[in-house]
Design a protein around this ligand. Structure first.
Ligand SMILES: Cc1cc2nc3c(=O)[nH]c(=O)nc-3n(C[C@H](O)[C@H](O)[C@H](O)COP(=O)(O)OP(=O)(O)OC[C@H]3O[C@@H](n4cnc5c(N)ncnc54)[C@H](O)[C@@H]3O)c2cc1C
Length: 408
């Protein structure tokens, strides 16, 4: 029979949310194992990580390895390109308006997971394993089997095993799923004009087209289209694709060149309820899947990770069961409104673009007009976008706010 290794916490899945949850739990004083395969180094996506997420990376000593590959996002520009009769004004959100040098940074996914993997911690064990499976959740600790590391025991299991999470299923947690008629075409490219750290979002009838600044004169593209048009864009040669993109963004970035291979991601959504049960808490896409609009997905995942690390660390210090019902309920309550609000807001924005009802465009136009003209409203929206008032784990606050010494 296989020998059993015992931990306080086992994280199943080693994508960015799982690696972050493992490191944050280790930093909170919990003996933690992260079980999952190594990340796909060909992931050419990037993630716009907002201020709280960057603070978390800094506190955990990950940021030093990432800073050079990342680009600050100093402003976000929204442009109404719906072609409706009443065109909404352009809105420019500047981070300086809320006293920040940047809203966050655009970070390549491959560099992010490599930096998280490379950050060691004395409380953290990394188990490279393709399949960790929960076999028992009924007792005072959970039992998991793995392909290559025998049996694992833990009082708390963190399911970070992605949108189809087998660990979530084992805990009996149900999900609601929905899909959209759209897909995102993703690539990176160089350009002759500087981006000045401004992320530009064109609101089009088929969905947003977003150009996010990368290091130097490079940018990442997330172009949401109908599924048919996304397929057509994927089939274009480089010159045709360049021409079509230029047709939308005009001379904003000058001449476009050096496109990375394109990939496409169908848009879908999924939420789990509850967010924790039977010694299992859900983080990242195991808990919520939202379309890549407004840079929310992984920021939510990092807030999940920081929240459970803080709660479980506190519970351990207080001598409580870190996988007990009281802690799971507290986690669910703490994360529910943040997740629900982001899922709702992204869905609403996307559907307001797709809608054929003139009232929907009018309402969106009024919203943009209010944001363009009202500085106080703009500041409130920006603050809430960077770090929601309902969810502010201490690991995500700036150092100056707590005065703590950290691992970073
Ligand atoms: C085009 C696009 C652009 C995006 N841009 C942004 C952005 O700008 N900002 C932002 O915040 N978010 C963004 N996102 C969202 C972000 O990419 C996701 O939230 C994030 O990748 C999800 O990470 P995860 O760790 O939860 O899941 P995953 O990356 O799916 O990781 C799950 C891991 O679990 C492993 N696994 C599964 N089953 C098991 C098992 N039984 N045992 C062990 N391991 C297992 C899998 O192999 C995988 O490695 C974007 C998404 C897309 C599609």
């Amino acid at each position: 029979m296989d020998e059993q290794q015992t931990f306080d916490v086992v994280v199943v899945g080693a994508g960015p949310a799982g690696l972050m949850a493992g490191l944050a739990c280790a930093e909170s004083g919990l003996r933690t194992a992260v079980a999952g395969p190594e990340a796909d180094p060909r992931d050419s996506r990037s993630a716009a990580l907002l201020d709280g997420s960057v603070n978390l990376l800094k506190r955990l000593g990950v940021w030093q390895q990432l800073a050079a590959a990342s680009e600050p996002l100093t402003a976000i520009r929204l442009i109404d390109a719906t072609g409706t009769l009443l065109r909404a004004p352009e809105v420019l959100f500047r981070a300086s308006e809320i006293g920040l040098p940047a809203f966050g940074y655009n970070v390549p996914n491959a560099a992010l997971t490599a930096a998280l993997e490379a950050t060691s911690h004395s409380n953290l064990t990394r188990l490279i394993d393709r399949k960790a499976t929960v076999v028992d959740l009924a007792g005072n600790s959970a039992m998991l089997s793995t392909n290559s590391h025998g049996m694992l025991g833990a009082r708390l299991v963190i399911a970070a095993d992605g949108r189809d999470s087998p660990t979530r299923t084992a805990a009996g947690i149900k999900t609601s799923s929905w899909s959209y008629t759209q897909a995102a075409v993703v690539t990176a490219f160089s350009h002759s004009r500087p981006h000045y750290g401004i992320s530009t979002e064109l609101h089009r009838r088929a969905g947003p087209l977003t150009v996010v600044p990368g290091p130097g004169n490079t940018s990442n593209l997330v172009w949401v289209e109908t599924k048919e048009d996304a397929e057509r864009l994927m089939a274009l040669d480089a010159a045709e694709f360049t021409r079509e993109l230029s047709g939308h963004i005009g001379s904003l970035l000058g001449m476009l060149s050096d496109f990375a291979p394109r990939r496409t991601y169908p848009l879908s959504g999924r939420t789990a309820s509850p967010l924790a049960a039977h010694r299992v808490v859900l983080v990242g896409e195991a808990a919520h899947v939202i379309p890549p609009i407004g840079a929310q997905g992984l920021n939510l995942g990092f807030r999940d990770a920081a929240t459970i690390a803080e709660f479980a660390g506190d519970a351990q210090c207080a001598g409580e069961d870190i996988g007990g019902d009281a802690l799971l309920e507290r986690y669910g309550r703490a994360r529910q409104s943040d997740v629900a609000f982001r899922v709702f807001a992204v869905d609403l924005l996307n559907r307001s673009l797709l809608s054929s009802i003139p009232g929907a465009h009018l309402a969106r136009g009024f919203g943009l007009f209010a944001l363009a003209s009202n500085r106080a409203l703009r500041a409130r929206v920006m603050r809430e976008g960077v770090m929601p008032s309902t969810s502010n784990p201490s690991l995500m606050r700036p150092f100056a706010a707590t005065g703590e010494i950290t691992a970073g």
